[in-house]
Design a protein around this ligand. Structure first.
Ligand code: ZN
Length: 168
């Protein structure tokens, strides 16, 4: 039997990753001086992506055959999800870091916290900074952190955006 029906071809589509007001021209139509753009990634049927495209909401919607409202919602959803994933990673990173630092202070026989330094107030902080510096410089601690980071790479998406002042 010859198959006469054809499965609809899985096409490439743009996935809206979030908004930016740093890029104000549309890669799809060339219009500029937009208030901001939607960052899109071209995704193939296997979910593989190929580079970023920045587009105005209207063009982004047109490219995906949907409404601007759908694009806005998708961009917001993806952005929120990425932020949550990144925040979870940052918390785990900080927890691992604190744990290894604690272990290192114990191993090196250093005080556990600034208040364990029986020093006058004005000397306590610099002394604690010196303790922290010793922990940071410890090779075993550094190796533990590197191993943790190798196993748990920082998610690229969702990092807090650090904006430079204009003209910087
Ligand atoms: Zn456009």
């Amino acid at each position: 039997m010859i198959a006469t029906s054809v499965e609809p071809v899985q096409t490439y589509r743009y996935r809206a990753m979030g908004f930016t007001d740093d890029i104000t021209s549309c890669d799809l139509c060339g219009r500029d001086e937009l208030k901001g753009t939607v960052r899109l990634v071209l995704t193939d049927p296997d979910g593989d992506t190929d580079g970023d495209v920045y587009a105005g909401v209207v063009c982004a919607a047109k490219a995906n055959g949907c409404t601007a409202k759908v694009i806005r919602a998708e961009a917001k959803r993806t952005e929120d999800l990425a932020t949550t994933i990144h925040r979870t990673w940052a918390e785990a990173h900080s927890k691992a870091r604190e744990g290894y630092r604690e272990d290192t202070r114990t191993r090196l026989g250093l005080p556990r916290n600034a208040f364990d330094l029986a020093l006058p107030r004005e000397e306590r902080w610099p002394a604690w900074q010196a303790v922290q510096a010793r922990v940071s410089a410890d090779e075993e601690y550094q190796a533990q952190m590197s191993a943790w980071e190798a196993e748990h790479p920082e998610p690229v998406e969702g990092r807090p955006v650090v904006r430079l002042p204009r003209g910087a």
